[in-house]
Design a protein around this ligand. Structure first.
Ligand code: KIV
Ligand code: NA
Length: 264
């Protein structure tokens, strides 16, 4: 299969074709989502919660994410492999950002990186772009800033909407190949999408974005308990796995596994 590249995403926007992005953190999920035709796989810093079991995304480190990115880039034959820059690894300066992005590309095979922030990240986005590193921006609710934003809240209500539109424009002008928009009212997601010519990727940003992203464990129903409003579960992987584990344990207890065909 032909590798998905940045210009393809832009062409899809021009043609009005919508596309889906999923997180992936390991080889089997990457290969499976690649087979499903998902064009962009994100190794999110959400691995902090969804792989390592932390309470927030703030705790995950570059060294923890690198092997996950390597696993995904090794398995994805067609998808563009996008690595999230974790909290603390890019904000201080464009140079810090550049060094972290280079690690994800050289040590783990990422094709592009994503970082959180608006106008203040323009110098970072400019340096990466000049250096040949494709960068996706991430605005609206930015989980790495949850403590200064006062928790998980919808952003861009009322007057604040125009700020998000100008941030998106500034990030596009700085060279971002796409802008991820998280938890904003539907009309704001649509207005940002109309205001820039690179794709928007929405999560909790309504149906007007060019693309949509979900965390795979949310999308596939591996995560249980209370879910954010923007999640839709397309499967019950939790139930399937639990039942498989129960059946295995029951057959072992009953002495019916292994059967002759599993034995030498
Ligand atoms: O880390 C992550 O999973 C993200 C989401 C927007 C999908 O950044
Ligand atoms: Na993230």
């Amino acid at each position: 299969p032909k590798r998905v590249r940045i210009p393809h995403l832009r062409e899809m926007k021009e043609r009005g074709e919508r596309w889906a992005m999923l997180t992936a953190y390991d080889m089997y999920t990457a290969a499976t989502f690649d087979e499903a035709g998902i064009p962009v796989l994100l190794i999110g810093d959400s691995a902090s919660n969804n792989v390592f079991g932390n309470k927030t995304s703030l705790l995950v480190t570059v060294d923890e994410l690198l092997p996950l990115v390597r696993a995904v880039s090794g398995a994805a034959r067609r998808a563009l492999v996008l690595a999230d820059l974790p909290f603390g690894s890019y904000e201080a300066s464009p140079e810090q950002c550049f060094h972290t992005a280079v690690r994800f590309m050289k040590e783990a095979g990422a094709h592009a990186v994503k970082l959180e922030g608006g106008e203040e990240m323009v110098p970072q986005v400019e340096l990466l772009t000049r250096s040949g590193i494709p960068v996706m921006a991430h605005i609206g609710f930015t989980p790495q800033s949850e403590h200064s934003l006062g928790g998980y809240r919808v952003q861009g209500r009322g007057e604040d909407a125009q700020r998000l539109v100008s941030e998106a424009k500034a990030l596009e002008a700085a060279g971002a190949f796409a802008v991820l928009v998280e938890m904003v009212p539907e009309d704001v997601g649509a207005e940002i999408t109309r205001s820039i010519s690179v794709p928007t990727v929405g999560i909790g940003a309504g149906n007007g974005c060019d693309a949509q992203v979900l965390v795979w464990q949310d999308m596939a129903g591996l995560r249980t308990g209370r879910l954010p409003r923007f999640v839709k579960q397309y499967a019950d992987v939790h139930g399937v796995l639990r039942d498989a584990a129960r059946d295995f344990a029951a057959e072992v207890a009953a002495g019916t596994f292994p059967a002759p065909q599993h034995s030498f």
